[in-house]
Design a protein around this ligand. Structure first.
Ligand code: DAH
Length: 338
């Protein structure tokens, strides 16, 4: 009996040593230690042995099984190592892999900078959805029925004709005032949509920053003071601000706001088309009809509002000649503004 244990041991270990693929090793394993394999088979003889030999025999078969299993494991580890190559072998002199670092889009940079500046003046950021009600976008902002901005040629209406893609960030004023009693001091950046045919200066979607300050006795002087502070912080300490009379349905009086040209400082150059000034925003004193629409008492509060186009400012500041460059996501282009 001991003899056949020794024979099987010799053969089994030789078979392990000769197997050089995982498949060959598996075949050897099945032959020797699967449930019906040769090594468990040796245990069959236990029954026929005299009692005093049983213990020693069992031990020998167990030892064989362990020895075989160990040899099998060692051989398998060696085979795996051969397949994956030696561990710890990499060339420390190879150059590292370069992964390009992203940077903020110019629209994001400008938006964040504007928020930062207005926050120092006590403004908080307010938000509204891109899909708006006609009431918030037009009615409450004092656009009479038939106002040209409401035309389907200019505005994207949705299936529900009471909803549209907001044409400006001004509806955030309405939302905010409907939900908060005065005083109000908010800035609202966001995306807007108009049915414009894309060209170098038009895009069907673009970004604005809205501002609204409502309290007792807010005046045009507050508007000019705050925008002047913004101009100096954003464009440089010698920037001046000028108002030109204009019309918006939701402000009275209304103005267009120009900043002195940051390139020529007002002398006249190519960037400002020789005028010395660059148009930056629309603004004005909140129309009493808007206050009434949101449930404020126009005899108790006054306010100013403004809205500026971020793309326009980005184009002027960064010398971008075509608004479409901002949306093509060509990272060779955008990287310049990192
Ligand atoms: N909503 C205007 C536009 O899209 C911009 C604007 C002008 C916003 C005057 C205002 C404002 O808040 O007072 O052209």
């Amino acid at each position: 009996m001991t003899e056949s244990i020794e024979t099987i041991k010799t053969e089994a270990l030789a078979a392990v040593a000769a197997a050089d693929t995982p498949e060959a090793l598996e075949t050897v394993r099945l032959k020797y230690i699967s449930r019906k394999g040769l090594i468990p088979g040796l245990m069959q003889h236990l029954k026929s042995l005299p009692p005093e030999e049983k213990k020693a025999y069992g031990q020998q078969v167990n030892d064989l099984k362990n020895t075989f299993q160990q040899a099998l494991d060692d051989r398998r580890a060696a085979a795996e190592q051969a397949a994956t190559g030696p561990a710890q072998s990499f060339d420390v002199t190879l150059p590292g892999q370069w992964r390009g670092l992203g940077s903020k889009h110019p629209i994001t940079q400008l938006t964040e900078r504007a928020i930062e500046i207005f926050q120092t003046l006590g403004f908080t950021v307010a938000d509204g959805p891109d899909i708006e009600t006609v009431f918030n976008n037009f009615d409450a902002l004092n656009h009479p029925p038939g106002h040209p901005a409401r035309d389907v040629k200019d505005t994207f209406y949705l299936d529900d004709p009471n909803t549209l893609l907001r044409t400006h960030t001004s509806p955030v004023q309405v939302r905010y005032m409907l939900e908060h009693p005065p005083p109000v001091r908010i800035i609202a950046p966001g995306r807007c949509y108009r049915r414009d045919t894309p060209d170098a200066t038009h895009s069907a979607n673009f970004h604005q920053i809205e501002g609204l300050y409502v309290a007792k006795k807010v005046s045009m002087a507050d508007l000019k003071g705050d925008l002047s502070h913004f101009a100096r912080e954003a464009m440089g300490p010698d920037t001046r601000v000028r108002f030109r009379p204009h019309f918006f349905p939701f402000t009275e009086p209304s103005v267009e706001v120009d900043f002195s040209c940051h390139v020529c400082h007002g002398q006249g150059c190519r960037v400002c088309k020789q005028s010395g000034w660059i148009e930056i925003a629309g603004a004005g004193m909140v129309d009493p009809n808007v206050f009434t629409a949101v449930g404020y008492d126009p005899d108790q509060v006054t306010g100013y509002a403004f809205g500026m186009g971020i793309e326009r400012i980005a184009m002027i500041l960064f010398g971008i000649t075509d608004i479409r460059h901002l949306y093509e996501n060509d990272d060779r282009y955008l990287r310049q503004f990192a």
